[in-house]
Design a binder for this molecule. Structure first.
Ligand code: COA
Length: 332
């Protein structure tokens, strides 16, 4: 099975830092509550620009790092669950901004599992030879979805974007994606249409009419306990699956880059898998949960720190709304 060569990476985080103390100014919360339960000390918030702006910055940096002509990009896969538009796709906006005039442009939404999903799709396209150079971008502005009177959720998330330029390699690549749609109520953000069609009557009740408050109509909703439980199980299951596909022992993995939702989830699942904590990369302390951008931002940080070496076996693992989950083990 052919794999993926990472030619270049890029990321963007907004300047504005909201540390835990800033939340204490308008909510009944504290650093003493947030840090031990989540690991988060601060997160970045994009205060004055749309989501696609961040994606464009990350994409431009990845293209520069890859040292390629943007005209050589065949496909842009953009992961977001917080788009600025219903249409066009955000990938089209990135295409225009980076000058990738020969690229097809597709958005992917599997929430926080989005980068893993996009990598998986990219690997399949590259393996067939249909596309040779793919730009993957994950850009998220969850601050648009949050209810900042809901202390249990708004403290968890931040805004950021990450990107990678990839080509086919002959190195190993093993992946799995999964979904558990019957658990969608554990984590969702409903589209809040405000249409003025004169022919509309009352909207039909759907999903048992669970959206019975303004908050449920407009903002991210989550059952933190249900997500926590799902996440630990799904992450361990996904890593075991991809390790078995490749015939690897868990100890063979050199570096794990997990989705950064909660430090306790990361610690619990990697502990259950018997992964040395030294091999697990985290940046949740500085950025919070930036949804599908978590993994490519971490990848770019590792790249800039000179910690990616040829022959390493990297494992990406994550989960998100859907509920979805997935993992990759690839040799770089
Ligand atoms: N500050 C202070 N108190 C808070 C608080 C905050 N920011 N958020 C919740 N509390 C309170 C609750 O109201 C509750 O009070 P009560 O006992 O008086 O009702 C108490 O703290 C305990 O809440 P609980 O929900 O049991 O806390 P927890 O230890 O389970 O942690 C999460 C909650 C959300 C941090 C945790 O469940 C989690 O991280 N889940 C995963 C969520 C996630 O990552 N979603 C996105 C996935 S992509």
């Amino acid at each position: 099975m052919s794999g993926i060569e990472i030619l270049g990476t890029g990321s963007f985080v907004p300047d504005f830092i909201a540390d835990n103390n800033k939340f204490s100014e308008f909510l009944d919360t504290s650093d003493e509550w947030i840090t031990p339960r989540t690991g988060i000390k601060e997160r970045r918030i994009m205060t004055d620009k749309p989501n696609y702006y961040m994606g464009v910055q990350a994409a431009k940096k990845a293209v520069e790092d890859a040292n390629i002509d943007p005209k050589d990009i065949d496909l842009i896969l953009l992961s977001t669950c917080s788009p600025d538009f219903f249409y066009p796709s955000m990938a089209c906006l990135v295409q225009k901004a980076v000058g990738a005039e020969n690229a097809a442009a597709i958005d992917v939404n599997s929430a926080c599992t989005g980068f893993i999903t996009a990598m998986d799709i990219a690997q399949k396209y590259l393996a067939t030879g249909h596309y040779k150079t793919i730009l993957i971008v994950a850009t998220e502005k969850l601050s648009n979805h949050l209810d900042y009177t809901d202390r249990s959720m708004c403290i968890l998330f931040g805004d950021a974007a990450g990107a990678a330029v990839v080509r086919k390699s002959d190195k190993p690549f093993y992946s799995m994606l999964g979904a558990s749609g019957d658990e969608f109520e554990a984590l969702y953000c409903k589209v809040n249409y405000d249409a003025n069609c004169p022919f509309h009557g009352d909207d039909m009740p759907f999903y048992n009419n669970i959206f019975d408050t303004e908050a449920k109509q407009k903002y991210l909703q989550s059952d933190g306990h249900a997500v926590y439980k799902f996440a630990v199980n799904a992450m361990t299951k996904a890593v075991k699956n991809v390790a078995a596909q490749g015939g690897y022992d868990i100890g063979d993995i050199d570096l794990v880059v997990p989705h950064q939702a909660n430090l306790r989830i990361i610690k619990k699942s990697t502990e259950m898998l018997g992964i040395d904590p030294e091999k697990v990369y985290t940046n949740i302390q500085r950025l919070g949960n930036v949804s599908s951008a978590c993994i490519p931002v971490a990848l770019d940080e590792l790249n800039k720190q000179g910690r990616l070496h040829s022959g390493m076996k990297i494992c990406f693992v994550g989960f998100g709304a859907g509920l979805t989950y997935g993992a990759i083990i690839m040799e770089i």
